[in-house]
Ligand binder design. Structure first.
Ligand code: GKR
Ligand code: MG
Length: 409
């Protein structure tokens, strides 16, 4: 079960002009696909964002060749050791970002060898379907110079309600999250109220990604009391979250101020958050994220799941992980509805039913890379000529004085 090679392929796929607290999504989103080759011709896959320089990732290749896919802890230590030398600017967390897709690819390969799904390698699924939320965004009607996309514009409460209705009717979602931090909070609160009126009974969340001051956040949480399931990162720091949290019984959730184990103690002591959005890409792989869920259970924190623009390899890993976390109390986030058309998995994109996806039941992740689609997505990346995401720069192409400094409101 020895690793014989690691092949890393950066890719690009279409992404609508979604607005957030630091800008707008560009026409193409970037990801990196990892393929771990194992003796006997087995190949496992992993996926991560493109925030880490490719050279740093390439540096680990030789060091993990010859290691066993069963020893993911030893691989984690080796990756950490290599990156400390080869990419000293990377933080410990960033070194875990590199390890995560390698771990997923190793577990995919191991599952294929043992003919077991990845969820079995994580302790076994406690649910056969995983629930996701509708991830709404304010958005332009289309990218500059392109036709309007099929979602149309969403720049006011009516546009957000229209988008929610599209998501509910196409994918069956039962929980709704609005990415905020784009417009003044009164306008975003109006959008939340419009959603509550149009889709009564649907749990609603808002995530301004730290765009609000502490004073503003206190006002908004008071204003939306009884309407919101949880507020996600209303403000930026653990201290700020703690001050807001003290004023409301509604849970505060985060994928911004508790993003590594070192943050947990302080956040708990200060009662800054009540829900953590887990993310195996950030927390160092599937097994470490299960450990996070166990810590959350011990602390009395809820567990949800964070997402970024992604494709099906990441989604399959998210589903396997989510299926094995008994205390996953909330519907998971996913950007997949915005991006699935360019997915690189064989047999077409995954299809939601009633807002849920089944745990893939094939061996490993249960999804395979389509080599032609991978090549096409890589070609797109090369043509794009960019290696990192620049939401603020893209927003400035329409609003030249746009300033991404937070908090904004
Ligand atoms: O895709 O614009 C976006 C999101 O804002 C993403 O970058 C965040 O990481 O979805 C994420 C979140 O929940 O904060
Ligand atoms: Mg968030």
């Amino acid at each position: 079960m020895k690793i014989t090679d690691l092949v890393v392929t950066p890719i690009a796929f279409r992404d609508p002009p979604l607005l957030n607290s630091v800008g707008a999504h560009e026409p193409l989103a970037l990801r990196i696909i990892f393929q771990v080759h194992v003796e006997g011709g087995i190949v496992g896959a992993g996926e991560c964002n493109a925030n880490i320089p490719l050279e740093a990732i390439q540096a680990v290749r030789e060091g993990i060749i010859g290691m066993s896919v069963t020893g993911t802890k030893a691989i984690e230590q080796r990756v950490d050791h290599i990156l400390r030398q080869a990419a000293p600017a990377l933080s410990q967390s960033q070194r875990l970002w590199v390890f995560s897709p390698i771990e997923v690819a190793c577990l995919d390969a191991l599952g294929k060898i043992l003919n077991l799904p990845v969820s079995d390698l994580l302790g076994g699924a406690v649910r056969q379907r995983v629930e996701f939320s509708a991830y709404l965004f304010y958005k332009w009607e289309g990218h500059t110079g392109q036709e309007p996309d099929r979602w149309g514009p969403a720049l006011d409460p009516a546009g957000i309600v229209r988008q929610a209705q599209q998501f509910v009717s196409e994918f069956g979602f039962k929980t709704i999250k609005l990415k905020g931090g784009v417009f003044p909070p009164a306008e975003e609160s109006a959008a939340i109220r419009a959603l509550a009126a149009a889709l009564p009974g649907y749990p609603l969340r808002i995530d301004p990604n730290g765009a609000w001051t502490i004073a503003t956040a206190k006002q908004v949480v008071a204003d939306l009391h009884g309407v919101i399931e949880y507020f996600e990162d209303p403000v930026l720091t653990i201290d700020g979250m703690s001050q807001v949290s003290a004023e409301t019984p509604i849970p505060l959730a985060t994928n911004m101020c508790v993003v590594e184990t070192a943050h947990i103690g302080e956040a708990f002591e200060k009662d800054a958050v009540q829900v953590v959005l887990s993310d195996h890409h950030i927390w160092g792989g599937l097994r470490r994220t299960r450990e996070l869920a166990a810590i959350c259970e011990a602390l009395g924190w809820g567990v949800s799941m964070h997402s970024n623009s992604h494709l099906g390899i990441s989604l399959a890993a998210m589903i396997h992980l989510a299926a094995t976390i008994p205390n996953l109390d909330y519907a998971c986030d996913t950007h997949y509805p915005w991006n699935y058309e360019d997915d690189i998995i064989r047999g077409g994109p995954m299809v939601f039913t009633e807002g849920t996806l089944p745990v893939p039941n094939g061996p490993g992740l249960g999804v395979d890379i389509d080599p032609d689609k991978l090549a096409e997505a890589h070609e797109r990346y090369i043509e794009f000529g960019r290696t990192t995401r620049d939401d603020s720069g893209y927003r400035r192409t329409r609003e030249p004085h746009y300033d991404p400094t937070l908090p904004r409101f």
